[in-house]
Structures are given as structure tokens and as C-alpha cells.
Design a protein around this ligand. Structure first.
Ligand code: GLU
Length: 463
């Protein structure tokens, strides 16, 4: 088998999005499963849409997720050319000229008004996907010369008539499109920049890409790209088009929908565990044969099987993502978590804190928030307690025991017996009185972590 080489080719027009991250991830898993290379390169020829920091966000966030490319703009292998399209313009021009010389492409002198007219005229006939009708042939030679001087032309591919462009899609099986349904399309725009469909083929060819996995919105581009491979006599890679990701209502995720956090950066800033997101994203359109869900990086690579890529849309379920994050948090070692907390508390205390709080935490940020209640000690609370008697009874029992987790637990148990209260009626007032919080993990441990002095001071407030 030919060396597997896959790629992720974002445009730096925005930050790394869930959809992009999933495309990158599946391309990465595919390559790694077959001991191949995974490449990241940048499609930055749509200059007006590029955003400052777009490329860096893509690369940094992929790295944070653990998707490390073998080659990228910051780690190129020169034998495959440049990894940013803006640095390859000469290469594209050279190949455009080759097609021109072989009469496989031609200069089209239409103005945008003429094209618009053509489009309208087609729409009147009920054709809504525009097909260029070789209008330029109708333009007089004199006029062509005038436009040539003013560089008012684009270059279009001369498609063969009635040719079937077929491929065996990795996700969807055989797809076939007739060239008559495409029309000669622009490969070089009048501003001298190549179009996406042309440049992407050159890049995939130059980089010896063997398999292309990308979003289903690219299905209509694939026959156009196959026509370029054919024009040059190059072998095309295999293609697979991943299904869309939807929100919980089944609508395609839109970057403008603020109800779902869609950028990897958001998860990073909120202190999610990258390994958990990596694992979660893996299951957005893929399942393991044994239906396992929680899997580490190496297991996923080993089990990845392109034949199990889903043919139906995948729902982005934030609840499930949080569940994943919780499972990962529970399984992280205390020392790993402690290293993220930047606390000055001593090791023993921190270990107990982490043991107590990691059972139910989703993010590092949440843990840090919990840590704050022990680091910045508040001296009063606004929260009211109805049953002050209960607090007095608890205090009596607490003072009668040693200040240990077991001692605190016995004090709670004694209070239960004496007051005949249980559940929320027992725990909530004790929790509020000692921790100044209405929610938290195991009560005795939460109290113990404050230390004897603070707990007694607080109990004295309830009179
Ligand atoms: N820049 C394109 C995109 O972001 C890449 C498409 C492709 O993978 O061919 O959708």
C-alpha cells in the first residue's frame, strides 16, 4: 500500500471550530492508524477574509487537543513545497499556463455584468446551478484584445463533454457527476489568484496526499477537482466526505449560533481536559466496533476504522461532552490536577482537596473556583438558616470530637440522632453554616478542609 498521507487544510478566516477540529481529527486518526503522515496546510488565498491570528489559532488549538501534524507551515518538509497557498502563487501560475498551452484551459473575457446576465437567463429557464455557457466565444476579437490589455479575463478549465466523474467515496460509496452538469469553471480569477478547486488539487498532488477526508459541503467540488487531475494526467487521491454536525434540534451547527460553544478556544479557556474533548470528538461521526466510548489516544488510533464512519449526521450534545470531561477528571492523577491549580497550599491538603472535589468536577476552572473558598476565607455569608437550633446541636457534638474527617462525620451522625432530621433538612443547614455554600461534595471532608479554627469561628456566628 502507498504511504498514507492525509491533510487538514483550513482557511485562516476564523478560529478552530468543532467541525474543523473533527475533520482534522479524523484525518489524523486515519493517517496514524495506517502509520502514515498527517499534514496541516493553510488555504490563505482569499485575502479579504483572512483574520489576524487565524492560522495560529488553528495550529495552537490542534496542538492543545493533541492533534500533532507531522508537517505544517511551522514544521514544513521542503520536498513537498510550501504549506501556505499564498507562498505558492508561482507554482499555480506555471500549471495554469501548462493547461493554457495544451488548450485544456482558456481565457474567458466576460465581464461580471455579462456573467450575471447569463446567470439570470439560465434561471429563467429553470437552471439554478450556474453553468458557464462559453459566452466568451461570442465576444468580438477586437473587444477581446481590449480586455486582454486591461487584464479583464479569468481562466476557465475546458471540460470534456459528457464525461462522468466518478469516485468511490470512503463514507458514501460510489458518486458520479456528469461534466455537462458542471460547466467550464474558473481556475484563475481576474485578480491573478487561483480558485480553491484548482489550488487544492495542486497542493494535494504536490504533497502526495493519498486520502482526503473533509466535510460533505465539498461533495460538489470533488468532480471539479477530478477534472483537474484528469487534465494533468495525475492519479487522484481517495475521497471521503464526512456528514454534518448538528445541534440538538437536528439543525446544522452554524458558527453564528451562540447557544452552543463552537470554538475549541472556548473549551480551552474554560479549563476542559483536552484528552476528553479529543475522545468526545472521535465519536462525532464514528463508532468503535465494540461500542466502547471512553478510550485513550492510542486505543482510538488502533481501533479507528474508516468503514465505520457514519453516513448520518451527528448531534453535538454538550451534556455528553461534560460527562466525558467528568470521567476524565476522575481518572486524572492528583499530581496532574495539582500542577494545574497553582496553589500555595501544602501537598497533603491539596491531595485531600483534589480527592474530594475531582469526583464531580467538569473543568479545571471549576476546581479552581472551589479552591478559592478555602484560599480566600470569607467571614460571613448572606445565606440564611432557619434551624439555628440544629447548628447549636451540631456545634456541641463537633466540639466533643477530635477534628478529623471521622470526628466530623460522627458529629453529623450524632446530630441526626438527636434532632431526628435527615437528608437535606440535616445536611443543608450544616453545610451552609460551615462552608457558606449550598452545594458541595462530601460534607465531612468539605468541612475538614477549612481546618478547626475557621469552622469554629463560623459556627459561632449562628446564635
Ligand atoms: N479550506 C477548505 C475548507 O476549510 C478545505 C477543503 C478541503 O479540505 O479540500 O473547507
Amino acid at each position: 500500500m502507498k504511504k498514507v498521507r492525509t491533510r487538514y487544510a483550513p482557511s485562516p478566516t476564523g478560529f478552530l471550530h468543532i467541525g474543523g477540529a473533527r475533520t482534522a481529527l479524523f484525518s489524523y486518526l486515519f493517517a496514524k492508524h495506517y502509520n502514515g503522515d498527517f499534514i496541516v496546510r493553510i488555504e490563505d488565498t482569499d485575502v479579504a477574509r483572512n483574520v489576524e491570528g487565524g492560522e495560529k489559532s488553528q495550529l495552537d488549538n490542534l496542538k492543545w487537543l493533541g492533534i500533532i501534524p507531522d508537517e505544517s507551515p511551522i514544521n514544513p518538509n521542503n520536498k513537498y513545497g510550501k504549506y501556505r497557498q499564498s507562498e505558492k502563487l508561482e507554482r499555480y501560475l506555471e500549471l495554469v499556463n501548462k493547461l493554457l498551452n495544451e488548450n485544456k484551459a482558456y481565457k474567458a473575457y466576460d465581464t461580471s455584468e455579462e456573467l450575471l446576465l447569463q446567470k439570470k437567463e439560465q434561471e429563467n429557464r429553470g437552471i439554478f446551478s450556474f453553468r458557464y455557457d462559453r459566452n466568451w466565444l461570442k465576444i468580438s476579437d477586437e473587444e477581446k484584445q481590449r480586455r486582454e490589455i486591461n487584464k479583464q479575463y479569468s481562466i476557465r478549465l475546458a471540460l470534456p463533454e459528457n464525461r462522468e466523474y466518478k469516485w468511490d467515496d470512503i463514507v458514501r460509496g460510489e458518486i458520479s457527476v456528469n461534466s455537462n452538469d458542471i460547466g467550464d469553471w474558473v481556475i484563475l480569477k481576474s485578480d491573478g489568484y487561483p480558485t480553491y478547486n484548482f489550488a487544492v488539487v495542486i497542493d494535494d498532488y504536490d504533497m502526495k496526499i493519498s486520502h482526503v477526508l473533509r466535510g460533505e459541503e465539498h461533495i460538489t467540488n470533488t468532480p471539479k477537482q477530478l477534472a483537474i487531475y484528469e487534465a494533468f494526467g495525475w492519479e487522484a487521491p481517495k475521497f471521503g466526505h464526512l456528514t454534518i454536525i448538528t445541534n440538538m434540534e437536528g439543525k446544522k451547527l452554524s458558527k453564528r449560533d451562540n447557544s452552543v460553544k463552537q470554538f475549541i478556544e472556548d473549551y480551552k479557556n474554560e479549563g476542559y481536559i483536552p484528552e476528553a474533548i479529543f475522545n468526545f470528538l472521535t465519536l462525532l461521526g464514528w463508532t468503535s466496533e465494540d461500542a466502547l466510548e471512553i478510550m485513550d489516544h492510542q486505543t482510538i488510533i488502533k481501533k479507528f476504522d474508516e468503514n465505520r464512519l457514519s453516513k448520518s449526521p451527528s448531534k453535538f450534545d454538550i451534556k455528553k461532552m461534560e460527562w466525558f470531561s467528568k470521567q476524565y477528571m476522575k481518572n486524572l492523577s492528583n499530581s496532574t490536577i495539582i500542577s494545574k491549580l497553582n496553589s500555595i497550599k501544602d501537598e497533603k491538603w491539596l491531595n485531600l482537596f483534589v480527592d474530594t472535589y475531582k469526583q464531580n468536577a467538569t473543568t479545571f476552572t471549576e476546581l479552581k473556583e472551589n479552591l478559592k473558598i478555602y484560599e480566600n476565607i470569607e467571614t460571613q455569608t448572606e445565606i440564611k438558616i432557619e434551624n439555628i437550633d440544629l447548628i447549636r446541636i451540631f456545634k456541641k457534638h463537633l466540639l466533643a470530637h477530635e477534628f478529623t474527617i471521622e470526628g466530623i462525620q460522627s458529629a453529623i451522625d450524632n446530630t441526626k440522632v438527636e434532632t431526628n432530621l435527615s437528608g437535606k433538612n440535616l445536611f443543608l443547614p450544616i453545610r451552609v453554616a460551615t462552608t457558606f455554600k449550598e452545594h458541595g461534595p462530601e460534607l465531612a471532608k468539605s468541612i475538614y478542609l477549612f481546618g478547626k479554627e475557621i469552622v469554629e469561628q463560623r459556627l459561632n456566628l449562628w446564635k
